[in-house]
Design a protein around this ligand. Structure first.
Ligand SMILES: Cc1cc2nc3c(=O)[nH]c(=O)nc-3n(C[C@H](O)[C@H](O)[C@H](O)COP(=O)(O)OP(=O)(O)OC[C@H]3O[C@@H](n4cnc5c(N)ncnc54)[C@H](O)[C@@H]3O)c2cc1C
Ligand code: FES
Ligand code: FES
Length: 500
């Protein structure tokens, strides 16, 4: 069985469809219809809920941390041992007055931040997460970041942003959530199953807690579907009507949730959500903010994982070009042991990879940053927030005495797999760090890639934008080495469609 706390009510479930999402369970089994379903694909945020998880700090102190998650992407089984807070718990009482409302609700009313109200529960939950996690107003940028996954189709965002600030002008509300959760943990979790599970006839959902349990299950059920954050997998369920018999969740496997910094070499557990490792990543590779800060929304980054991104093997996943350019490796684990491969070699063809049916991605290792490394990450998408890439380009060069000694360039959205631009790399290698070589390299992108046209853009656009980005990277890199009034100050012409 799985156990979790729903608002202030302990829940234990055993008989249930393994592929049921939290949103469907809340609405159809619990009558909690405050969380709305707008899209069922993680795009609108109307289903946003809070998920509380226990954290242990360096001094061994336990505390509960709350983050936003899309209820439509969270599989019910993945709620095990967590505290689920829904909109119904934000204000209690049947007919609350304005001053009974939680400050974030009261502010939204007073700033006229809701019209039809469909998006409002999700917006309130995102505002609530900010309010719980920041004792003082964190600024407009942080609010926009936190609300990036919440769409409102009628009110407009100005009153909503104002409300997020105004919430801090009232007397601070007492947040009862961690106290509820601490009590729940003490009383109920004494008798958790070794491997918590859900079942519905022959269909099963397993939540192994250790790598040993995980590989044993994967050997017993080689065709079982793995799930980590579920941000890709839940869409397979809702859009492609996938009905798996056996699901094995990775999200509570301790070994897959570790984050290690070995003197600058980072080891990131495959099941660790983005929001739990990006701060450390930025310390060594601040340039990667361009990709990670724009990967989905807060809700998606709070669930999604590197293992899920590589496991999904999408040609437009943002982490792969970065990992390839940084020469990262990945560990594949099975009951026979583990093997390590380069992320660059992992992708074989569209959605085909080197992983075997009994293997699981267990961690990703990013080498220590070389001293002379210059890194540039660019993502082109139709919207800035919460949108998948049209083109993703990452360039990493090392240099000595102004000569390029290593060049790694990887792109997403340009082929059936994320892959290196070997002709581009060849043209950069051993050349002086000068803009003109990046212009030459930009032209070679057509030798490396023949992108396709799809709903996101035409093939021509993909080539044009990636060539212009390569020129821009050249200017940026060379400005950092020598100011623009030196010999790097040459005329740059944007490559147009006509000159392709
Ligand atoms: C609204 C929305 C916006 C998004 N925006 C972006 C974006 O901007 N950029 C981007 O790159 N992605 C984006 N994504 C895609 C997704 O969030 C990422 O690919 C994420 O990293 C997937 O991780 P997950 O843990 O949720 O994967 P899951 O959904 O749990 O799993 C995905 C696949 O990988 C397999 N898998 C999971 N873990 C492992 C493992 N350890 N070993 C082997 N196989 C495994 C699963 O079986 C499944 O087939 C978006 C998704 C949504 C819903
Ligand atoms: S229903 Fe739209 S994000 Fe979940
Ligand atoms: S108030 Fe109608 S969608 Fe936001």
């Amino acid at each position: 069985m799985i156990q979790f706390l729903l608002n202030d009510t302990p829940i234990a479930v055993q008989e249930c469809s393994p592929s049921l999402t939290m949103l469907d369970w809340l609405r159809t089994k619990k009558g909690k219809i405050g969380s709305k379903e707008g899209c069922a694909t993680g795009d609108c945020g109307a289903c946003t809920i809070l998920v509380g998880e226990e954290h242990i700090d360096a001094n061994g102190q336990l505390s509960w941390h709350y983050k936003t998650i899309n209820g439509c992407l969270l599989l019910l089984g993945n709620a095990n041992a967590k505290h689920i807070v829904t909109i119904e718990a934000v204000t209690t009482g049947l007919y609350p007055t304005l001053s009974d409302l939680h400050p974030v609700q009261r502010a939204l009313v007073e700033c006229h931040g809701s019209q039809c109200g469909f998006c409002t529960p999700g917006i309130i939950m995102s505002m609530l997460a900010v309010y719980i996690n920041h004792q003082t107003y964190p600024g407009k940028k942080a609010i926009i970041h936190a609300l990036g996954g919440n769409l409102c189709r009628c009110t407009g965002y100005r009153p909503i942003l104002l409300a997020a600030e105004k919430a801090y002008s009232y007397e601070r509300s007492y947040e009862p959530y961690s106290a509820m959760a601490a009590n729940f943990k003490a009383t109920l979790f004494a008798d958790l199953d070794d491997i918590p599970f859900l079942k519905n006839g022959p269909r099963k959902f397993y939540l192994p807690q250790t790598a040993q349990q995980l590989v044993e299950l994967k050997t017993r059920y080689p065709h079982a579907h793995l799930v980590a954050g579920g941000t890709d997998f839940a869409i397979e369920l809702s859009q492609n009507m996938l009905l798996p018999d056996i699901i094995i969740s990775l999200c509570q496997v301790q070994e897959l949730s570790q984050l290690t910094d070995n003197n600058g070499e980072l080891q990131i557990g495959a099941a660790l959500p983005y929001s739990q490792f990006v701060e450390l990543f930025y310390r060594y590779y601040p340039e990667s903010k361009e990709l990670f800060e724009r990967l989905g929304s807060s809700q998606v980054r709070n669930s999604g994982t590197l293992g899920g991104s590589l496991g999904n093997a999408s040609p437009i996943g943002d982490p792969a070009p970065l990992l390839i350019a940084l020469n990262a490796t990945m560990e594949l684990l099975s009951s026979a042991g583990s093997r390590t491969i380069n992320v660059a070699d992992y992708f074989v063809d569209y959605k085909k990879t080197l992983i075997k049916s009994d293997e699981v991605i267990s961690k990703v290792t990013i080498p220590k940053r070389p001293e002379s490394l210059k890194l540039a990450c660019h993502k082109i998408s139709k919207r800035f927030e919460d949108d998948i890439s049209t083109v993703c380009l990452v360039v990493a060069v090392e240099h000595a005495q102004n000569i390029i000694t290593q060049a790694r360039c990887a792109m997403g959205g340009m082929a059936a797999i994320p892959k290196r631009a070997k002709c581009v790399e060849q043209l950069l290698l051993s050349q002086p760090l000068h803009v003109s070589h990046f212009i030459d390299a930009a032209r070679a992108i057509s030798d490396d890639f023949s992108p396709m046209s799809d709903v996101r853009s035409s093939a021509n656009y993909r080539l044009t934008v990636s060539k212009n980005l390569m020129q821009r990277i050249g200017i940026e890199f060379c400005q950092q080495v020598a100011p623009i009034n030196s010999s790097n100050n040459i005329a740059i012409t944007r490559i147009s469609h006509a000159s392709l």
